[in-house]
Design a protein around this ligand. Structure first.
Ligand code: SIN
Length: 483
């Protein structure tokens, strides 16, 4: 296991020698100690990324794609080792961790190919003797600030396209889950990515963040995390007018219409809500079910939830791992208690437990709440836990109004078998991502991102390349023989 930081191709500790522990949220065992870097450490990483930039930028897209593809292959080859490491530091069930390694690798593979399709333009000129040419060039040094809920994929969906575009990068992984990031760094060296192109620093988020935004060589910051932090980064980005991509919080609605395939809706609800113990930005936070199928949907969902197994993600039988830390537990507990105090009824779950000897009391039973209304905290704030609050609706217009009554706009879901309704509702939902009869829309070739307070910028698809490219207009004057 790699526990040091990667700067300019060397494995280094923090300049002060300070470290902090990475713990397993299922057991509180210390998995490793990693460097507690600060501003000086971050500047060294930026120096390295800036020094590596001219050489990397000058390569052809195909020459950049080759080591990137190798990195993706190495990740898949070492899936089991990487997945176990991820489960230990993050807690998610092994099956999900294995899936995340493949998902993470797919962003690199996809971006490596997209890098070859970064096209310029020649635009018809407005006068004789002029040629209008548009170049797309790498923005320069990029910083990626990534969360703990997807310790590998949230890095690769930034790093892949940044590198494919010709940028170099400084990655600051979440304090809870730095080990997956450092493991990717190791594989990047084995894959032949030149020194300094990828730099990884762990430690004091505030000091590292300040150093990143204070350094005019960093031309782009891509962040995944809360809307609260995203707002602060927008302020921090102002002095140097740094470009941002912000993938922020969500509060996804999940609509089930009377004409839905209810079994498919239940399967979609399990996939979207209970993945990673409900700790994803695209998790549904509000279920709205039409009167005609309400009892069937709620009954079937409750039955499924009662079959889910809590425990250490390292146990293959487990489907729900721990919440990441005690703050997360406090928030989930508060949301459940607040809802109960305001009249919600716990149909199943509702408890935070210690599911076995040697395990922490950070496991929330998959929870289904009925009798929910708009006054409850979980109707307006992201819960980030395995809690499904369900409300009824009676008409399509009401469902759309309820679904859009949120400042967030990341993901949304609905189930219907009516093709006209499918188009109408998809067009009217004010969200960047719509799963129409699909509880798992995320994939590397599609644009992922939000509107409203869920942020801006897209990850995945050909769209992501533009996040790491500047547009340069070149107006060329030439001599025409007859002019
Ligand atoms: C997230 O919710 O933070 C990412 C989920 C995904 O990529 O599917």
């Amino acid at each position: 296991m790699q526990t040091l930081n990667l700067i300019a191709g060397e494995w280094v500790g923090a300049p002060t020698g300070a470290t902090f522990p990475v713990t397993d949220p299922a057991t509180d065992d210390v998995v490793a100690e990693v460097p507690r870097g600060g501003a000086e450490h971050a500047r060294a990483a930026i120096d390295a990324a800036a020094a590596a930039l001219p050489g990397w930028r000058a390569l052809t897209a195909a020459d950049r794609a080759r080591p990137l593809r190798r990195l993706a292959e190495l990740m898949v080859e070492q899936r089991e080792r990487l997945a176990r490491l991820m489960t230990r530091e993050q807690g998610k069930p092994l099956a999900e961790a294995r899936g995340e390694i493949d998902y993470a690798a797919s962003f690199i593979e996809h971006a490596a190919e997209e890098g070859k399709r970064v096209l310029g333009e020649v635009i018809p000129a407005s006068r004789p003797g002029q040629r209008i040419v548009v170049l797309r060039q790498p923005v320069g040094v990029v910083a990626a600030i990534t969360p703990w809920n997807f310790p590998a994929a949230m890095i690769t969906r930034k790093l892949g396209p940044a590198l494919a575009a010709g940028c170099t990068i400084v990655v600051k992984p979440a304090e809870q889950t730095p080990l997956s990031a450092l493991a990717l760094g190791e594989l990047s060296i084995d894959a032949g990515i030149p020194r300094g192109v990828i730099n990884i620093v762990t430690g004091d988020a505030a000091a590292i963040g300040e150093a990143i935004f204070a350094d005019a060589r960093v031309r782009k910051v891509s962040f995944t995390g809360s809307t609260e932090v995203g707002r602060k980064l927008m302020v921090a980005a102002a002095p140097n007018v740094v470009r941002l991509s912000l993938e922020l919080g969500g509060h996804a609605p999940f609509l089930v219409f009377d004409d839905a395939d209810v079994d498919a809706a239940v399967t979609g609800a399990i996939k979207s809500k209970f993945r990673n113990a409900g700790q994803t930005c695209i998790c549904p936070n509000r279920f709205f079910v039409q009167d005609g199928v309400y009892d069937e949907f709620v009954g079937k969902l409750a039955k499924q939830l009662q079959t889910m197994v809590l425990g250490s993600g390292l146990d293959d039988a487990v489907s729900i791992g721990p919440l990441i830390d005690d703050d997360a537990v406090a928030k989930v507990r508060d949301h459940i208690e607040d809802a109960r105090a305001r009249g919600a009824i716990v149909r199943t779950g509702g408890e935070i437990v210690r599911p076995g000897p040697g395990l922490t009391a950070r496991f929330c039973r998959p929870t289904l709440l009925e009798g929910v209304d708009a006054s409850m905290k979980l109707s307006v704030e992201e819960t980030f836990g395995p809690v499904a609050p369900v409300r009824r609706f009676s008409s399509e217009a009401q469902a759309i109004e309820l679904a859009n009554a949120s400042p967030f706009g990341l993901a949304s879901y609905f189930y219907t078998r009516d093709a006209s309704r499918l188009w109408r509702v998809a067009e009217r939902l004010e969200y960047g991502i719509v799963g129409a009869n699909d509880g798992a829309p995320s994939t590397a070739q599609a644009p992922f991102g939000g509107v409203k307070t869920s942020g801006f910028g897209r990850e995945g698809g050909h769209h992501v390349m533009h996040e790491y490219l500047d547009v340069k207009y070149v107006s060329i004057g030439i001599t025409e023989p007859n002019a």
